[in-house]
Design a protein around this ligand. Structure first.
Ligand SMILES: Cc1cc2nc3c(=O)[nH]c(=O)nc-3n(C[C@H](O)[C@H](O)[C@H](O)COP(=O)(O)OP(=O)(O)OC[C@H]3O[C@@H](n4cnc5c(N)ncnc54)[C@H](O)[C@@H]3O)c2cc1C
Length: 517
């Protein structure tokens, strides 16, 4: 094995070191997130060796994140302001959906809760009761601190005091995806991760166990390990190519399979949210960063061509383009198992769900959390492996249903794409969730993780899925009190948001962009 500077370690150092040797194949966002987490959190249990090829490069998109990333960064001891300055990041309070249920509709899926968080029931139950009783209630979005701040272009950090309205929102980052992995690389190498540059040309398997023995490089070098993490991206060098682990294709529910991406100069105010704007054969993202705006059209090749999509994107972006449009191809779905033998697939090598709700980096984080919690002793236990695969399956299934909801709950039939998603069959697990919400506004509970009740409420209502009944416990508040409270709450939310600094000036004070190094 080699040290960080490349020299070979004396053999007896290797013998004395009882830590598992983890080889990470690939140095994109998945590879360096995994490397940084393992060296930081399990320094006595593993040594980390990452192999990547600069000539192959990284996928280089993935600019919008979810609030969970803050927990990941904190565990790594990352200073937020430094991180944001060097990745040229902005704050993200949620995702705006334009034209999804009908042309002209717009709503935000906010990070945080609706209402003041103080009632006996979740706020949407009171709102729903008031709506059903014919009271003149404002839209649900007006009762979200995050949405109100987003539409006013305001930002301040949340207050830690849970009794305050200013604690009811959360935030994530929008950053330059090409700067995130290098940022983590510096951190991981400082903490002891080794890196080898080179193209892997072969994966050697053990004839008896089927486990990976080594990755062989173009240079002839062999990199051996006890545990291999496949972070090689869509090519899926170990899980897909060497192990031939089946891929579950979800294209029938999530038909988008391409994106054309093209950044442009920022000409509008710096929005603290990502936009997802419906297009004839998919949707378009708009992600404002400090130095530019990221744009891309995610579309289905069954319903349009690369050329039409490219032209549509060029026609839609709001600023001067700063790069040529680039087409990326993908397939919605996941590997049947993410941990097989002594290899764990993390990132695009394990599966992909389109970026509508910015979930890929979250899925990387979920896999790393599972890996750290179930990290093998000397022997790999099939019980740990099965539990890891169960956790990842649950994450993928939950996100899949949430994404399908956005498409299926539409009234649009104006293009073949929208007509297809509106009328397609959807998984039973999603139908059950929609039916439950339609009855009395109840949300199917998820034990932990992503997209809890407020997220589902935001998307159901934004997509015009409305409950037909209401939770009777909301009847305990008199109609007049309910309406009065709601009006007062709405006014207070607006006043509090108005007093916050605008997003750009907060960034200029807190984390103005700096050189990447
Ligand atoms: C259009 C699009 C938009 C997206 N938007 C978002 C978003 O907004 N938010 C979000 O969370 N995610 C988003 N994602 C997903 C996100 O980009 C990825 O999850 C993330 O970048 C992780 O990629 P990765 O590290 O798995 O793969 P990659 O970035 O592809 O890295 C693969 C690594 O493996 C190496 N490698 C491959 N083959 C070899 C070889 N033979 N030898 C040596 N090294 C090799 C490469 O050099 C590279 O270092 C988006 C993805 C797409 C396609």
């Amino acid at each position: 094995m080699r040290t960080r500077t490349g020299e070979r370690l004396p053999a007896n150092d290797m013998v004395n070191d009882s830590r598992l040797k983890v080889v990470i194949v690939g140095g994109g966002t998945a590879g360096w997130m995994t490397a940084a987490a393992l060296v930081k959190l399990l320094p006595t249990r593993c040594q980390v060796h990452l192999v990547e090829s600069e000539a192959i490069g990284i996928v280089g998109v993935g600019e919008a994140t979810l609030p969970h990333i803050r927990g990941f960064n904190e565990k790594l001891g990352i200073d937020e302001a430094d991180f944001m300055a060097r990745t040229r990041a902005t704050f993200k309070l949620g995702i705006e959906f334009r034209d999804w249920a009908r042309h002209g509709d717009s709503y935000i899926h906010p990070f945080g809760t609706f209402g003041s968080g103080q009632g006996e029931l979740d706020f949407h139950h009171y709102w729903n009761k008031a709506r059903q009783e014919g009271l003149a209630v404002p839209p649900m979005n007006d009762f979200s601190m995050a949405v109100t701040m987003a539409y006013m272009n305001r930002f301040a950090l949340p207050d830690p005091d849970p009794s305050l309205l200013e604690s009811t929102f959360n935030y994530a980052y929008q950053f330059d995806a090409t700067l995130f992995a290098p940022y983590l690389r510096r951190l991981a190498e400082k903490m002891g991760a080794f890196r080898t540059e080179g193209r892997i040309v072969d994966i050697e398997l053990d004839g008896e166990s089927g486990n990976v023995r080594a990755a062989r490089l173009e240079s002839g070098e062999r990199v051996e390990g006890d545990l291999f993490i496949d972070c090689s991206g869509f090519v899926s060098l170990i899980m897909g190519k060497a192990f031939n682990e089946p891929f579950e294709d979800w294209t029938q529910w999530l038909p988008c399979d391409r994106a054309v991406a093209m950044p442009c100069q920022t000409q509008t105010p710096l929005a603290p949210y990502t936009s997802a704007i419906a297009m004839p054969a998919g949707w378009r993202w708009r992600i404002p960063l400090q130095h530019r705006t990221g744009n891309g059209y995610v579309y289905s090749s069954s319903f349009t061509t690369d050329e039409i999509a490219r032209e549509a994107l060029i026609g839609a972006v709001e600023g001067e383009p700063i790069a040529e449009p680039r087409v990326l191809k993908f397939q919605a779905g996941r590997r049947k198992r993410s941990w097989v033998g002594n290899c764990i697939a993390v990132g695009l090598s394990s599966g992909f769900l389109e970026p509508l709700e910015s979930t890929s980096i979250y899925l990387i984080q979920a896999a790393i959390t599972g890996l750290v919690e179930l990290f093998p002793e000397r022997e790999i236990s099939s019980i740990d492996r099965d539990e890891f695969n169960r956790l990842i399956d649950a994450e993928y299934d939950w996100i899949r249903d949430f994404l399908i909801l956005h498409y299926h709950a539409t009234e649009r039939s104006d293009t073949p794409f929208w007509d297809y998603v509106r009328t397609m069959d959807v998984p039973d697990s999603l139908l059950e969730k929609i039916e439950l919400f339609r009855r009395r506004g109840r949300i199917v509970k998820h034990r932990e993780g992503l997209f809890l009740d407020a997220s589902w409420v935001a998307v159901y209502l934004g997509q015009r899925v409305l409950p037909e009944g209401h939770d009777r416990r909301a009847d305990l508040i008199a109609q007049s009190t309910l309406l009065q409270n709601m009006q007062a709450l709405r006014t207070t939310i607006r006043e509090k948001a108005e007093r916050m600094p605008d997003h750009r000036s907060h960034i200029e004070r807190y984390c103005p962009m700096a050189e990447a190094a």
